[in-house]
Ligand binder design. Structure first.
Ligand code: 13P
Ligand code: SF4
Length: 321
């Protein structure tokens, strides 16, 4: 089941078999390991649950483990803590942030909200607890369209922080929403020109994309969805090859789920590795082991913020059953 079982040669102070050591710590701590699809394959292979942001929130909401080890980025682990104030929530590297969350500072967003009185605030889960506390409903890439569709048509909406997901939701629902102009550095790196080139080189391949990509890239995709939706789609589709416009960490599960099919990661603008999320990639199997061994770093947040941030998350969970 595991792709790698040994710690890297030359790494001192780590057990020879990191996977076995992590499993042992998991039993000792009564911990659950939740991982996002953008994590390194080794981390995905050691996780109890791998999912998209909505799936991970649902797992965090229902777990009976004492400790949640979150292999993802800060806002995801913070969401788990908001849902589980009494549990220890660990993040292998506290510096694993998110450019999208960073693109929406709470003071500026509070002023933006005040400038649009009477608006319902729907925020993408990729934001800080402070932004969640300023929001009415949280959504993820898998339920954003469904949530906006449930809002009465006469109700004006602010959608934050991702302008690309916001534009996609406007297109799908026909709703006119006020958009916060945030974006993801990873998904904005995909180039329309390179996408078209790749489609010409692989005419048999179907292009699929995450809605955080820019509209010019989404235009070339025959299917658009969250990471879980993309993973389900490649298994159901008749196509044998796919050009995948999202973080390439997802390819690990795609290859496992559909081993006979061919997956081509969409190319970034330059010949860089900037289609890999630098925040997600800060987590390593070694740091995962260390955070469980040390019971740190842990996620903490002020109780007043947590209570305010919980309300729109619960609303999302109720609206997306
Ligand atoms: P999903 O997990 O909803 O697919 O979103 C991807 C993402 O960018 C997470 O940061
Ligand atoms: Fe944030 Fe983009 Fe990384 Fe997702 S891929 S965690 S949105 S920077």
């Amino acid at each position: 089941m595991f792709t790698t079982t040994l710690s890297k040669p030359g790494m001192t102070g780590f057990p020879q078999d990191l996977f076995a050591a992590i499993q042992e710590l998991k039993r000792d701590l009564n911990a659950v390991i939740l991982a996002h699809y953008y994590q390194d394959p080794d981390i995905q292979d050691v996780a109890d649950y791998i999912g998209d942001s909505l799936g991970l929130s649902r797992q965090a909401a229902k777990t009976d483990a004492d400790v949640i080890v979150f292999a993802g980025v800060h806002f995801m682990a913070e969401t788990a803590k908001i849902l589980n104030p009494g549990k220890l929530v660990l993040l292998p590297d506290l510096a694993a942030g998110c450019s999208l969350a960073d693109s929406c500072p709470p003071d500026q967003f509070a002023a933006f909200k005040a400038a649009h009185p009477g608006h319902l605030v729907i925020s993408y889960i990729n934001c800080t607890a402070e932004i969640k506390a300023l929001s009415d409903i949280i959504c993820t890439s898998s339920n954003a369209v469904r949530i906006v569709q449930q809002v009465p048509p006469e109700q004006p909406i602010i959608f934050a922080p991702d302008r690309n997901l916001g534009k996609y939701v406007i297109e799908q629902t026909g709703r006119d929403m006020v958009l916060w102009q945030g974006s993801c550095i990873v998904h904005e790196t995909f180039s329309e020109k390179k996408m078209v080139q790749l489609k010409m080189e692989h005419p048999e391949a179907e292009a699929i994309a995450h809605p955080e990509c820019e509209p010019a890239v989404l235009r070339h995709a025959s299917y658009i969805g969250s990471t879980t939706a993309l993973l389900n789609y490649v298994q159901q589709s008749q196509s044998s090859a796919f050009i995948v416009a999202t973080e390439p960490g997802i390819l690990h599960q795609m290859q496992k789920a559909a081993p006979g099919k061919h997956f081509i990661p969409a190319p970034p603008l330059n010949n860089c590795a900037c289609n890999e999320c630098p925040h997600m990639r800060l987590n390593t199997l070694e740091k995962l082991y260390l955070c469980m061994k040390n019971r740190a770093p842990e996620i903490t947040l002020p109780e007043a913020t947590r209570v305010e941030a919980l309300r729109p998350i619960q609303r999302m969970l109720e609206m997306s059953v």
